[in-house]
Write a protein that binds this ligand. Sequence first.
Ligand SMILES: O=C(O)c1cc2cc(O)c(O)cc2[nH]1
Ligand SMILES: [Cu+2]
Length: 503
Amino acid sequence: QFPRECVTPEGLRSGRCCPTPAGLENDPCGATAGRGLCVPVAVDARPHGPQYPHDGRDDRERWPVRFFNSTCRCNGNFSGFNCGRCRHGFTGDNCDQRVSVVRRNVMQLSADEKLAFVSALDQAKRTVHPDLVIAMRRFQEIFGPDGNTMQFENITIYNYFVWSHYYSVSKTFLGAGQASFGGVDFSHEGPGFLTWHRFHLLQLEQDMQDMLQDPSFALPYWDFAIGGSTCDICTDDLMGARSSFDMNSLSTNSVFSSWRVICESVEDYDTLGTICNSTESSPIRRNPAGNVNRPMVQRLPEPQDVAACLQVNTFDTAPYYSTSDESFRNSVEGYSAPQGNYDPAVRSLHNLAHLFLNGTGGQTHLSPNDPIFVLLHTYTDAIFDEWLRRHSPDSAVYPDENAPIGHNRGYNMVPFWPPVTNAEMFVTAQDNLGYSYAAEWPAQPFTVTEIITMTIVAALVVVAVVFAATTCAVRAKSRREGHQPLLVDQYQRYDDDKSQSVV
Ligand SMILES: O=C(O)c1cc2cc(O)c(O)cc2[nH]1
Ligand SMILES: [Cu+2]
């Protein structure tokens, strides 16, 4: 959320968050070093959709100006909250060398690579975020009871990843004794679903690269479109096997069995108007394919579901919501059928993979606590990237107004810092963001129209062959019996043809 050095009482009262890069002295955004400038934050001023009727009540509106209205704008390929680092995909002192990492199928990593990835996640769960702190209260209460005790705290790199997801999906608090408003979601059920989760992952990957001091570290992905009811990555060398003692728990041979979740007390936050903080509570729960009350979510998506959604040509359709029909975004998010048709009973692709986990990973306020979230979302992002590659959309394909709040093209994604818009993530990863996927895509299935056309063509070919063969046979026969006069023979053939065209 915000850099540690910005959340002082003076910092927050000034609304300015323009720190000096490390190694420089009193040089906000590294301005004299040519790295960037402290400028007013640009926010989306276009109308949002009708789903959110409580304008003025939520800190996340016009993000991030409730907290800060000035930020660093970095020159060239410089980036970061103080312009002290390089944009994704660039490195070097002047950020002018290109770098790119490859995200691979987690099942195809070597045993050493699997161990390194699991250990890196575990280290991220324990390592305090070097730059960012989180708000424990709404803005109204952020200065504390005495007006000077800032309600921010440290959080680990992985728990920040969990917290930012929670903050983006949490309800709008409308006052003590009033029900909080749940019809708001800054990261799901809208076009921003894909761009938000893309940045979410990119930030975790970058934080882990810094933590490991390994710029080549890449998050792997889980191809969840394998059908069946087996969680293939739920083994102790990867995301943790099932405990032999408790259907809903992880095996003690997995490092993840000792992870504790944050953001569990969602009823408290919603009734008291507090916010999830970094306090860890119970273990991860997971029972893949075990939801007996909802048989629809006992099987993973099929490979052809991925092929089908990649053929949906329109990125998103009005009302740019979970009810959108013929929308690529709503298909891959999983509120409509993979082929694009909206059906309220359907859960497919990304949503189906979440619900299949049947536990921590299936509840929006908690889901990133289960590390499978990372792999599930890198694969969702890989499908998004493949769609971008195949369709080369103009940026105007992404709606600039009337999407649900948080989802317009120019909206700064909540709660990321420094501000980053949905539009900035609506670009191909390899050329613009410094990563790509090593993935093969399921063969495209035939559409119903194609199947009907192929059936008709095949039937016509069969008829033609039968016709030709019979004609030849009849001619051969009459030649063998060749004692009839020429004239009679012609009439005879005419009759034969008539009888065959009736067939
Ligand atoms: O009910 C759904 O479709 C559903 C649950 C769930 C959980 C989660 O963490 C998501 O990110 C999406 C999601 N959809
Ligand atoms: Cu998700």
